[in-house]
Design a protein around this ligand. Structure first.
Ligand SMILES: [Zn+2]
Length: 139
């Protein structure tokens, strides 16, 4: 894994750009194309690419936000479509598993929602989404 990859802690990402403002903003894309998740075929072409933004872990007191390029693949063998899956980030969630665990543990340790909204830059509504009961991702 590259140096930047180690900092982020999510394998298989190529870092394109890092901007440090109030927090740390990281733009990244997948390094490899996976096999087809339906038939394991490797004849994939990219149908479209989406941008997905998720909150990730904190470095010191700065929140890291990931802007991920998410390819949508079309399998030439089975003709089906699927989106690239990232290790440690579940589909449709706006925060990585590492971030969700961090928020969950911090809140569980007695930190109030008001404090969390300051340290993790999230509103109570978002926090409810982020800290839904944590279950380790099955890999
Ligand atoms: Zn396929």
């Amino acid at each position: 894994m590259s140096h930047a990859g180690r900092i982020i802690g999510i394998p298989g990402l190529e870092i394109e750009r890092v901007v440090r403002r109030k927090g740390i903003e990281v733009w990244a894309k997948p390094v490899h194309r996976p096999p087809c998740k339906h038939c394991q075929g490797d004849g994939l072409r990219i149908k479209a690419t989406y941008l997905r933004t998720v909150k990730h872990t904190r470095q010191g007191n700065q929140v890291m936000t990931l802007h991920l390029r998410v390819p949508k693949y079309h399998c030439i063998s089975c003709k089906r479509y699927f989106r690239h899956a990232f290790t440690g980030i579940r589909p449709r969630y706006r925060a990585s598993e590492a971030y969700r665990l961090e928020v969950f543990e911090t809140h569980d340790g007695g930190v109030t929602e008001r404090k969390l909204s300051l340290t993790h830059q999230i509103s109570p509504a978002t926090r409810a989404l982020v800290s839904a009961p944590y279950q380790p991702e099955a890999l």
